[in-house]
Design a protein around this ligand. Structure first.
Ligand code: NAD
Length: 496
């Protein structure tokens, strides 16, 4: 256990205690605020406005004015590209500050904020900037026979969908915000962003950098608060599209409301991703791969490899090796370079994870490593390995924990493991560890997952579509799919 370091000193200037509506910093109409915490110490680091209906009304009105009145939708694509590139440059220039802010607010390792989250945000902004000038439709042949002698020219065009309400979770606060705003802005939409109540700080700083980059007032608004402003945004008649990343439970509510109002909606939800280790895989590689798949970001990853299926031949060795990795993991503040795992995001989330581990114990799960929270300040839970050679129906195998908890299970037959892997309400990610091409390809064919990785896990790229089967969501982000998601397809048919 390391002594926490004061790596967040000097961040005071980067912390915004106001929200961004129509290019101006403001407090909530109610005047209410809520506290934001450092998960490594449990201490309060900021108070931000508690947005509600009136603030969402103001933000949506500003976004609507910017979209229509101020004609953001009619800006030249090259202008939107230039602004997004400028924002990417600013995020890069302020990368160290943003990385520290993210670690302070979320708890994740500083090395991950510096090496993945902030560079990822820059990469996505630059990639989506490129799309602004490449949005295209098709020319089409039609076969309309009347009036005689008339000919037709037909095409499709893509138009920005309008005002987008973007609601994001706390696990990658900056990156998730960029995953939404970058393609939306590239397409000519305006945005009301609602960060998670646990982690609003980098989203607010992103809004400030967008102003500095030259985005006009109202094009990007950031309203802080919990599910109250979130639900107000979802139900707002002035919003054309909701894009949500978060839990399946909240996703169901949002999907239902958007269905009722016939509002466009994209949902990126929970997961229970299987990691499948075939019998030709080197056990050392499997141990390393499985540890990375579940313990990265304290397991707070929607595609975390939380169900580990290992060919029986390697099962004991892999479980033992994974247990050793878990036991040896150094927990501590994300600012301490010696730390290998930070805290969970909040006391509430720690209690939820500990509750699920306790429930697993009560159901007879064998805890091979971890299974306890650290008795100190901050919200630390030890990386936990559960061996489950008998009971396939543990709650821990079915329910998303969203923490550093993996359940390992042996298998004998690759056909049977495919059925087990698919026996989940979720279908976000999966990984296969093997060089047996035939076996790998058959699993790739059969897995119900939006992303299948082979000999890797949790790899994402702005050009690679991402989203879920089944209860893991509706729609795909990234690549061309993101452009489709933030545009309406308009068919044009001209007689001549
Ligand atoms: P959450 O659903 O509790 O909250 C997500 C966001 O929704 C927050 O901003 C929250 O304030 C807001 N919200 C809460 N209630 C709302 C309501 N009724 N209406 C509108 N908005 C509301 O999720 P979380 O705990 O912050 O995040 C963890 C979950 O997110 C996990 O289930 C995880 O798998 C999922 N997730 C999915 C992906 C993906 O791409 N599929 C990525 C990251 C996280």
């Amino acid at each position: 256990m390391n002594a926490p370091m004061q790596g967040h000193q000097g961040l005071e200037r980067a912390i915004r205690n106001a929200m961004l509506i129509d290019g101006a910093w403001c407090q909530a109409a109610s005047g209410e605020t809520f506290a934001v915490f450092d998960p490594a110490s449990g201490s309060e680091i900021a108070r931000v406005p508690a947005g509600a209906q009136a603030d969402i009304d103001a933000a949506v009105a500003a976004a609507r004015r910017a979209f229509e009145g101020a004609a953001w939708r009619d800006t030249l694509p090259a202008q939107r590209e230039r602004l997004l590139l400028k924002l990417a440059d600013l995020v890069e220039q302020h990368g160290e500050e943003l990385a520290r802010l993210e670690t302070l607010n979320n708890g994740k390792l500083l090395a991950h904020s510096q090496g993945m989250e902030v560079p990822g945000a820059v990469q996505w902004l630059r990639y989506m900037a490129g799309w602004a000038t490449k949005i295209e439709g098709s020319t089409l042949e039609v076969s309309v026979p009347f009036p005689p002698g008339t000919r037709y020219s037909a095409m499709t065009r893509r138009a920005p969908v309008g005002v987008v309400g973007a609601i994001v979770p706390w696990n990658f606060p900056l990156l998730m915000a960029v995953w939404k705003i970058a393609p939306a802005l590239a397409c000519g939409c305006t945005v009301v962003l609602k960060p998670a109540e646990e982690t609003p700080l980098t989203a607010l700083r992103l809004g400030e950098l967008a102003l500095e980059a030259g985005f006009p007032p109202g094009v990007l608004n950031v309203v802080t608060g919990d599910g109250v402003p979130g639900a107000a945004l979802v139900a707002h008649p002035g919003v054309d599209k909701i894009t949500f990343t978060g839990s399946t439970e909240v996703g169901r509510l949002i999907g239902a409301r958007c269905g009722q109002d016939i509002r466009r909606v994209a949902l990126e939800l929970g997961g229970k991703s299987p990691v499948i280790v075939l019998d030709d895989c080197d056990p050392a590689m499997a141990i390393q791969g499985a540890a990375g798949a579940i313990f990265f970001n304290q397991g707070q990853v929607c595609t975390a490899g939380s169900r580990l299926y290992v060919a029986r031949k390697h099962y004991e060795q892999v479980v033992e090796g994974l247990g050793r990795v878990a036991d040896a993991t150094v927990l501590g503040s994300g600012f301490d370079p010696a730390s290998q795992m930070g805290p969970l995001v909040s006391s509430r989330h720690r209690d939820k994870v500990m509750g699920l581990i306790g429930g697993g114990r009560a159901e007879g799960a064998e805890i091979v490593a971890g299974g306890t929270a650290l008795e100190r300040e901050g919200y630390f839970v030890r990386p936990t390995v559960v061996a489950n050679s008998a009971c396939k129906d543990l709650t821990l195998v079915r329910e998303e924990v969203f923490g550093p908890v993996v359940v390992a299970m042996p298998f004998d037959d690759p056909e049977a493991v495919l059925a087990e892997a698919n026996r989940s309400e979720y279908g976000l990610g999966a990984s296969i560890w093997s060089n047996n091409l035939r076996a790998v390809q058959r699993l790739v064919d059969g897995l119900h997952a939006g992303t299948v990785w082979v000999n890797t896990h949790n790899v994402v790229d702005p050009n690679l579509p991402f989203g879920g089967y089944k209860a893991s969501g509706v729609g795909r982000e990234h690549g061309r799919s993101a452009i489709d998601a933030y545009t309406e397809l308009k068919s044009v048919c001209m007689a001549y």
